[in-house]
Design a protein around this ligand. Structure first.
Ligand SMILES: Cc1ncc(COP(=O)(O)O)c(C=O)c1O
Length: 430
C-alpha cells in the first residue's frame, strides 16, 4: 500500500461498517437521543469494544497479580503479553523498560525529571509546540537544577517544528531534548528522523524523549530505529480506556536514579500494584490494528502486521481529511466555504495527522462549538484562556480555533454532514 498517497485511500463501505461495529457509540451519544457526529477524538477517542471487554473482565477479578495461584499467574501472562504488545507499538525490541502510570503526563514528567536531574549538562531543550506536560516538565526540572530552558519556535507555515529550529538550540551541554511527535492543535507531524539526526550530529549521545500521545493513534513510532530514550502514549486517545499512561525508557534511562522500591532491581520502573485490566486492553488494541494490517500483508510478524494496520488507518484518515478540505460532489470543503479559515493549512497531507484548526468568521470559538453541539456534532474549542491551549496558540500565531479531530472510524457521510452545518453557520454570521 502506498503510504505516500497524497489523497489517502478510503476504506470500502463494508470495511467501514465492520470497523464501526467494533467501537462503542460511533453513531449516537449514550446519554442523548438522536444521531451525533463525534469529532473530538483528540480529547478521547472512540472506544474499541474488545478493549473495554478485556479491561472489565480482568478488572472484575479481585486477585493480586503478585501471587502464585492460578489466577494471579494468568494475570501475569496477560501483562507479559501486553508489555510485548507495547513494544510492538513502540518498536522497542532492543531493551529498555515499559512504564505504566495513571496518565501520559506522569510518564513524560518522570522521564524528564529523571534525565534532567541526573545527566550532566547546563541546558534543556524542548519546543513551543509541546503539550504543557512536556513543556512544563522540561521547564520545571531545568529551573530546579539550575539549567537553562530553551524552547524551539514553531514554523508558522506548517505548524510543526523544524530540525533547524531545534538544532540551533542544541550544544555539547544539552542534557535533554524533549520533542512532541505531532501537534494536538494543528495536526502537524514533525520530521522526527530529521530532528534526531540534526540534534545527534551536534551531540551524538544526546538523550531524546518524544511525547507521542497525539501521533500514536494515527501513525507509526520507531524507538529502535531512532534510538529514542523515552516515548509515551495515552490509551484513551488510542481506542482504549482512561486511567493509564504508557511509556518506554531506554536502558540508560532506567539505570539513572528514579523512584522505585529499593528491594527491587535498579532498572525497575513499576511502583505499586499493576492493574492487569489496563494491560489486557492494550493487547486488544494491537489485535485490532493487526487485524486491519492482515488485509494488506500475509506476514506473521506482529510488528509488520501492526505497521500495515496503522498505515491503513493513516490512509483512511488522509482520505477523510482530503474530503473535509476539498469537499465532495454534495458539498464544498472547508477550503472553499466563504467565511471559513483552516489555520496552518499546509498542503502536504502526508505531514499531518487528521486534526484541523478551524475559524468561522463572526463566530466566537466557544459559541461555535456550542452551536455544533446543538446540531449534533461534537468538536472542541482551543482558546487563549485555557492553559492547555494558550502557549501553543501563541506559538502557532493563531487567536484560537475550533479543533476538529475525527478518527479512521468516521465516514465521508459524516464529513459531508459536518460541512453542510459549517456552511450554514458560516453563512449565518457573514
Ligand atoms: C500531545 C499530548 N501530550 C500529552 C497529553 C497528556 O495525556 P494525559 O491526559 O494522559 O496525561 C495530551 C493530552 O491531551 C496530549 O494531547
Amino acid at each position: 500500500m502506498d503510504t505516500a498517497a497524497p489523497k489517502g485511500w478510503l476504506f470500502s463501505p463494508e470495511l467501514t461498517r465492520e470497523v464501526r461495529s467494533k467501537f462503542h457509540h460511533t453513531d449516537a451519544d449514550p446519554l442523548r437521543p438522536g444521531r451525533r457526529i463525534y469529532f473530538d477524538n483528540a480529547g478521547g477517542a472512540f472506544r474499541l469494544r474488545a478493549a473495554l471487554d478485556a479491561f472489565h473482565g480482568l478488572d472484575a477479578m479481585p486477585d493480586c497479580p503478585e501471587r502464585v495461584h492460578q489466577t494471579a499467574l494468568y494475570m501475569n501472562e496477560v501483562m507479559d503479553k501486553a508489555e510485548d504488545d507495547i513494544r510492538t507499538i513502540f518498536n522497542a525490541r532492543r531493551g529498555g523498560k515499559i512504564i505504566t502510570m495513571l496518565t501520559a503526563s506522569q510518564v513524560i514528567w518522570n522521564l524528564t525529571g529523571t534525565i534532567v536531574e541526573n545527566v550532566s549538562g547546563n541546558n534543556v531543550v524542548t519546543t513551543k509546540l509541546e503539550h504543557p506536560c512536556a513543556h512544563d516538565a522540561a521547564r520545571f526540572f531545568a529551573e530546579k537544577t539550575g539549567k537553562e530552558f530553551r524552547a524551539a519556535d514553531v514554523d508558522p507555515v506548517t505548524g510543526a517544528v523544524t530540525a533547524e529550529s531545534v538544532a540551533k538550540l542544541i550544544d555539547q551541554d544539552t542534557c535533554l531534548l524533549s520533542v512532541i511527535y505531532a501537534s494536538n492543535i494543528s495536526g502537524a507531524v514533525v520530521d522526527l528522523p530529521a530532528i534526531v539526526k540534526a540534534a545527534r550530529a551536534i551531540k551524538p549521545d544526546l538523550y531524546i524523549i518524544v511525547d507521542s500521545v497525539q501521533h500514536a493513534p494515527h501513525g507509526v513510532i520507531d524507538v529502535d530505529g531512532l534510538e529514542l530514550d523515552g516515548v509515551d502514549f495515552a490509551p484513551y486517545k488510542f481506542f482504549g480506556c482512561r486511567g493509564s499512561g504508557i511509556g518506554y525508557a531506554s536502558d540508560r534511562v532506567t539505570q539513572l536514579p528514579h523512584p522505585r522500591l529499593l528491594g527491587k532491581a535498579e532498572e525497575t520502573w513499576s511502583l505499586g500494584s499493576p492493574a492487569p485490566g489496563h494491560y489486557a486492553a492494550i493487547t486488544e488494541i494491537v489485535n485490532y490494528v493487526c487485524w486491519l494490517g492482515g488485509m494488506d500483508t500475509n506476514s506473521a510478524d506482529r510488528r509488520e502486521l501492526f505497521v500495515a494496520g496503522m498505515n491503513r488507518i493513516k490512509l483512511q484518515e488522509r482520505a477523510l481529511m482530503y474530503h473535509m478540505l476539498e469537499g465532495t460532489e454534495e458539498v464544498p470543503g472547508l477550503r472553499h466555504i466563504p467565511g471559513v479559515t483552516v489555520y496552518l493549512d499546509h498542503p502536504d497531507m502526508t505531514a499531518r495527522d487528521f486534526i484541523l484548526a478551524v475559524g468561522l468568521e463572526g463566530w466566537d470559538y466557544t459559541e461555535a462549538v456550542r452551536e455544533y453541539e446543538r446540531r449534533g456534532i461534537i468538536v472542541f474549542e482551543r482558546i487563549m484562556s485555557n492553559i492547555y491551549s494558550a502557549r501553543m496558540l501563541e506559538a502557532l500565531h493563531i487567536p484560537g480555533c475550533i479543533r476538529v479531530s475525527p478518527l479512521h472510524c468516521n465516514t465521508v457521510e459524516e464529513i459531508e454532514a459536518f460541512l453542510k452545518v459549517t456552511r450554514e453557520m458560516a453563512a449565518s454570521h457573514r
